[in-house]
Design a protein around this ligand. Structure first.
Ligand code: SF4
Length: 193
């Protein structure tokens, strides 16, 4: 039997209507304190780990890899092969993240299915189930490519107006319905999506 989870609080009106100087400060804060949650699904996850280690050290960019779970994270990095069976879990954990939240799709598998694009059980891109902010290409991408993706996301956050991000039309575009999948989601026996 499923458990009813609390819905993350929506963004307040004041945050949406913040004047430009305040937005600048808020965006600056968001940009350099990205608590990241790594949804590692296959080999690309190892490159994510390499990017967090001393040599590449993405913490110096303001990315904090210690989020205990999605409820404490601002950024989800999906690294690896998303299968139709795993897709409901990806979607569910994304929905548990508080707003404003961001997604980096890391690697060919997560972007479009990669080498397994014609497999019967592989989701052809994580953007079929959740909105993606930055795509990092490669199989696997090098850790430097993740750093580049993080910089791109930070550029995007710096110029962001949350009022635009959460206007009714944009909301529709960002939150793709489950029906956008090529095939129905697989529900684990006795579970729920
Ligand atoms: S993109 Fe390549 S390296 Fe990354 S998970 Fe897929 S097969 Fe593995």
């Amino acid at each position: 039997m499923g458990v009813d989870l609390p819905t993350p609080r929506p963004l307040g009106t004041l945050a949406e209507l913040a004047p430009k100087p305040i937005r600048l400060v808020l965006n600056w804060g968001r940009r350099y304190s990205l608590w990241v949650f790594n949804f590692g699904l296959a080999c690309c996850a190892i490159e994510f780990i390499a990017a967090s280690m001393a040599k590449h050290d993405f913490i110096r960019l303001g990315v904090i890899p210690f989020a205990p779970g999605p409820r404490q994270a601002d950024l989800m990095v999906v690294s690896g092969t998303v299968t139709d069976k795993m897709a409901p879990a990806v979607k569910r954990l994304y929905e548990q993240m508080p707003e404003p939240k961001y997604v980096i799709s890391f690697g060919a598998c997560s972007n479009c299915g990669g080498p397994y694009w014609d497999s019967y059980c592989v989701t052809k891109g994580v953007d079929q189930i959740i909105p993606v902010d930055v795509y990092v290409p490669g199989c696997p991408p090098r850790p430097e490519a993740l750093l580049q993706g993080i910089l791109k996301l930070q550029e995007k956050i710096a110029g962001e107006n949350l009022a635009d991000r959460y206007r009714p039309g944009a909301d529709q575009q960002r939150r793709l319905p489950t029906g956008a999948l090529q095939r129905p989601l697989v529900t684990p026996e006795g579970g729920d999506t």
